[in-house]
Write a protein that binds this ligand. Structure first.
Ligand code: CTP
Ligand code: MG
Length: 182
């Protein structure tokens, strides 16, 4: 299989709501005293998910997913997909698909935190690859309940997501939004 610009365009189109959710959900943390999804409960002495996974984050994630998908839906007629030399598989974007992408992002991220807690990593500890792939796979799984997801998109996104994540963080560091460049 060869990765082409067309596969890239198709996969970015479908994953955009998930990227937005994953990138924006830390904003929820600006407000204190949010409500943990695991109710602060522990499993074998360690937090089930930890206090970084909140109901507010879940609700916000679904909202952002719906918002970005709605923008994509409205923007669709103005985008030059028809000028592509090969026919593109652009998934029709709807609010309900955005909801599924948002929910899948948050649930995938929760699975990642569950694994981190089990191996003893505290909230906020970095887990390279797990931190970048958990939400992606969650989003693609939930989207696959509604639309057909090409395996080429999955493979390309699994490869480029950690790279995009790193570039975004370095930019965030340079413009002093982030304390560390990772
Ligand atoms: N967040 C939230 N609810 C969620 C997901 C994220 O409130 N369901 C907020 C929390 O304030 C969290 C921040 O977004 O601290 C960053 O998310 P993330 O990096 O996924 O969480 P961490 O705090 O790093 O915790 P973990 O180690 O479990 O990934
Ligand atoms: Mg984190």
């Amino acid at each position: 299989m060869i990765f082409t610009l067309w596969i890239l365009i198709e996969s970015i189109w479908i994953i955009l709501p998930a990227y937005a959710v994953n990138g924006l959900v830390p904003l929820v943390g600006l407000k204190k005293n949010n409500h943990p999804i695991d109710f602060g409960k522990r499993f074998r002495g360690k937090p089930i998910l930890g206090s970084g996974k909140t109901w507010e984050g879940l609700a916000f994630g679904c909202f952002i997913g719906i918002l970005i998908a709605s923008i994509e839906m409205l923007a669709f007629p103005y985008l030059p997909f028809d000028q592509s030399p090969v026919p593109l598989t652009i998934i029709p974007m709807y609010p309900i698909l955005g909801f599924m992408l948002g929910l899948g992002t948050i649930i995938g991220d929760m699975v990642g935190s569950f694994i981190k807690r089990r191996i003893g990593l505290p909230r906020g500890a970095i887990a390279p690859l797990l931190d970048q792939e958990d939400f992606l796979l969650g989003a693609l799984l939930f989207a696959s309940f509604m639309v057909i997801i090409k395996i080429d998109w999955v493979l390309l996104l699994v490869i480029i997501t950690p790279i995009i994540h790193l570039i975004a963080n370095v930019i965030g560091f340079k413009i002093r939004v982030k304390k560390e460049p990772w």
